[in-house]
Design a protein around this ligand. Structure first.
Ligand SMILES: C[C@](O)(CO)[C@H](O)COP(=O)(O)OP(=O)(O)OC[C@H]1O[C@@H](n2ccc(N)nc2=O)[C@H](O)[C@@H]1O
Ligand SMILES: Nc1ncnc2c1ncn2[C@@H]1O[C@H](COP(=O)(O)OP(=O)(O)OP(=O)(O)O)[C@@H](O)[C@H]1O
Length: 266
């Protein structure tokens, strides 16, 4: 069986406070985008994991797909699997790629072995693997709060716009990015701001990671500026970065980026 884990962008991200467990309460809107990895599993005699495409830092045994498999295997009788992950979603990007792979692996196991887990049960498993992992069980636009694993429905459809996503040649660690931010309660909750027309987002919707991440990596700020120069209605870093997206009324004429930048029309 083969599934295609998608990426997400964050539209607005407020970091509200630091919790006793070291995590942060936040509010954000997760919006799925059609940029995908490919994840395949077939029955085998021994458990095996391999990946192709973008090289994943760290050791293969720590891959979130294997963590998902081992977690579910504690509760269900699963056979050994040969797992192949083809990686296209940039890493250290704030696009949730690793979390998506893990969530889709839970979905794959549920479907392939008829585990009869409902959405809530799969989300409970996913939450154990990462703060934004549960989002990818349904992968529909949501307002997220808590650690980023609690959801409310949001009515948001950007299909009339042209979305461009650009990954600069920088890797931002999520944990480091959180350490750089001073939490604060916003004047107006994101749940209200997201109802504004896209044309007004520039003035009102912010990502709290940008200030400190831009200080460390000024090229991300430069990238944001160049998308506004190209006529974007709204530009933001996604999550903890380093990827930046622009929302345009029509497909834009972009400046020529160095080949170390990866540009996706999504
Ligand atoms: C920043 C976002 O990308 C926004 O969408 C996500 O909240 C990050 O989610 P994630 O990558 O699944 O995060 P995890 O893998 O659970 O956590 C990585 C590290 O980020 C920090 N972390 C994460 C989520 C959160 N609400 N508070 C945190 O402080 C913690 O130091 C944690 O050790
Ligand atoms: N399937 C996977 N895909 C990508 N990274 C993985 C995977 N499994 C484990 N990882 C580890 O996760 C790290 C990337 O996580 P990190 O949270 O910093 O970045 P991210 O991909 O931008 O995700 P997020 O949007 O959740 O912040 C990598 O260094 C890698 O070692």
């Amino acid at each position: 069986m083969i599934l295609f884990p998608n990426a997400k962008i964050n539209i607005g991200l407020h970091i509200l406070n630091r919790r006793c467990d070291g995590y942060h309460d936040l509010e954000t809107v997760f919006y799925p985008i059609p940029l995908h990895d490919a994840l395949e599993a077939v029955e085998a005699t021994t458990l095996n994991f391999e990946s192709s495409g973008i090289v994943i830092p760290g050791i293969a045994g720590d891959n979130l797909c294997l963590k998902a498999y081992k977690m579910i295997k504690k509760d269900f009788d699963l056979p050994a699997l040969s797992i192949h992950l083809h990686k296209k979603i940039p890493i250290g990007a704030g696009l949730g790629g690793g979390s998506s792979d893990a969530a889709y692996f839970i979905r794959l196991l549920n479907e392939k072995f008829r585990l009869k887990l409902d959405t809530a049960a799969m989300q409970d498993y996913a939450r154990k693997l990462g703060a934004d992992c549960a989002f990818f069980i349904e992968s529909k636009p949501v307002f997220a709060y808590g650690k980023g694993e609690e959801f409310k429905d949001v009515s948001l459809d950007l299909s009339a716009y042209s979305l461009v996503l650009i990954m600069p040649p920088v890797f931002v660690s999520t944990a480091d990015a959180f350490r750089g931010v001073k939490p604060r309660i916003p004047e107006t909750p994101l749940q209200e701001l997201i109802k504004l027309p896209v044309e007004q987002w520039k003035e009102h919707i912010r990502n709290d990671f940008e200030e400190s991440v831009f200080r460390t990596y000024p090229i991300i700020q430069g990238l944001k500026n160049s998308l506004y120069d190209a006529g974007a209605l709204y530009v933001s870093m996604s999550g903890s970065g380093a990827a930046v997206y622009g929302v345009f009324a029509d497909k834009p004429e972009l400046p020529l980026f160095d080949e170390s930048y990866h540009v996706f029309y999504v």
